[in-house]
Design a protein around this ligand. Sequence first.
Ligand code: IMP
Length: 242
Amino acid sequence: MASESSVCVDPSCEVTTSVAPPPDPYLRAPLAHVPFASDHTMTRVRLHDKEFELFIPEADVNAAIDKLAGTLRAKYDGKRPLFLGILNGAFYFAAELMKRLDIECEITFVKVASYKGTKSTGNVSELIGLNERLEGRHIVVLEDIVDTGHTVRHIMDRLAEHHPASVSIAAMLFKPDAYQQDIPIEYVAVRIPNAFVVGSGLDHDGLGRNLPGIYRIVEPTAAASEAADTRHFPTSRDGTHA
Ligand code: IMP
């Protein structure tokens, strides 16, 4: 059979035109270099000096985001909402949510910087990177986790200055027992107890954001008794952190 590169000089010869297969480097690449592709069952990890155990598997986090996307779709279809992801932690939640939201919408990201002002101004906060016009828009703030709610308070105060049509909070995780504000957290994927967690965008001192699923800190006494099972988590893919 003629190959793609062969030349047929005999007129009776049938030339088979085989099309070169499209390049598929991701399909064919060995999975071994992908840190978690073959290790989704990792149940304990160490990040710096702390140990964490698997608390919510990735499939359950994604199922909860699925459900939340359905609620947001019903609420915001036709309103062209602007989703405002709070960096760094919300990158994972924002991406997973956007994949599931088949409505007309926009997304942008900001960082919250807070610092001590003068005596009269108290704690001051700024939304860094906000370039969009918010007046009259329906805003949905995307938070990785709402804990005490201080961050949410700062964000709401800053956004109110721009006169949006509405502002709601959507959180991947919410710790109701730690929450100290009266602002309603309208959309929550998963409610969790008051414990420190990492994974799916959340970090412990820069590490753990890329862990699939949610891992909960292991208290030192429990850690000591199960130290034999502990796996060490690689520091980072390229040695840098967000
Ligand atoms: P809040 O202002 O106390 O609600 O805290 C909000 C921010 O603190 C989140 O956006 C996270 O960056 C961080 N945070 C709160 N709880 C946790 C946690 O359990 N793990 C990792 N980061 C957390």
